[in-house]
Write a new protein. Structure first.
Length: 248
């Protein structure tokens, strides 16, 4: 998945600037709020909230922001009520795309998402039209610096992970969803997390061989990622390193 991995690297580099960081904070606050609303404000008894807090800390979110988001979720503070929605569709080149969103205005969000798909030459589909093409896994992204793949593999497998794969300029530790929190707990302090949470991993990938198609696809993914209501975007594409270098 060279193209998919490189897209992860591009996203992380773009996330370094202040505007992107502010947008990431907004998305993380939504996740913390809805996790607290659905499972309570104690991370020890709420695995989803624990994962959301971990992701926020990885982005250096201040503790006060995290605490306020939890209190909004538990009702101690006033806040917007968000609804979780999964959008599915096909992008340029027949690439399957999943869009996980949280919104307080479903009509606005679906109109925007449909517009992005249509503008790129893709189309928004019905429920479960592409979701079956992905497996849900726990995913922990770590830097390559300071640890070899063999060392990381040994640590991860001992902690209960399923696999370690190369992911652009880092590694991705994969776990079964139900094992994710245990693995995170065992690896905390031993490796530095860039990202940690549940992810949708494509079972198979589609090669995108045309430069123009690849450009349209990446523009669509970027537009989706940049939307305030979108939390995560998953896609099953593979673009060669040569094409990625030309268009990135």
């Amino acid at each position: 998945m060279s193209g998919h991995s490189k897209w992860s690297t591009i996203k992380r580099k773009k996330g370094a600037n202040d505007a992107r960081r502010g947008q990431m904070f907004t998305k993380l606050i939504k996740e913390i709020t809805i996790a607290a609303r659905s499972g309570g404000g104690d991370p020890a008894g709420n695995p989803r909230l624990r994962s959301a807090i971990l992701a926020a800390k990885a982005e250096n979110m201040p503790k006060d922001n995290i605490d306020r988001a939890i209190k909004k979720g538990t009702g101690e503070l006033d806040g917007a009520v968000y609804e979780e929605i999964l959008y599915e569709g096909y992008g340029p080149g027949g690439v399957a795309i999943l869009v996980e969103a949280m919104t307080d205005n479903k009509n606005r969000t679906v109109a925007d998402i449909r517009h992005f798909f249509t503008k790129s030459g893709g189309n928004l589909g019905e429920s479960n039209c592409v979701a079956w093409m992905f497996d849900q896994k726990g995913s922990i992204a770590v830097d390559k610096e300071g640890m070899s793949e063999e060392e990381l593999m040994e640590l991860a497998l001992e902690a209960g992970a399923e696999d370690v794969v190369e992911d652009g300029d880092g590694f991705q530790i994969l776990t079964a969803p139900e094992d994710f929190n245990d693995v995170v707990e065992k690896l905390e302090g031993k490796v530095r997390f860039n990202e940690a949470g549940l992810a949708r991993i494509p079972k198979n990938t589609i090669a995108v061989a045309e430069e123009k198609t690849a450009q349209s696809l990446l523009r669509l993914l970027e537009n989706l990622e940049d939307h305030d209501d979108v939390q995560k975007v998953s896609a099953n594409f593979d673009i060669s390193d040569d094409i990625m270098d030309k268009i990135s």
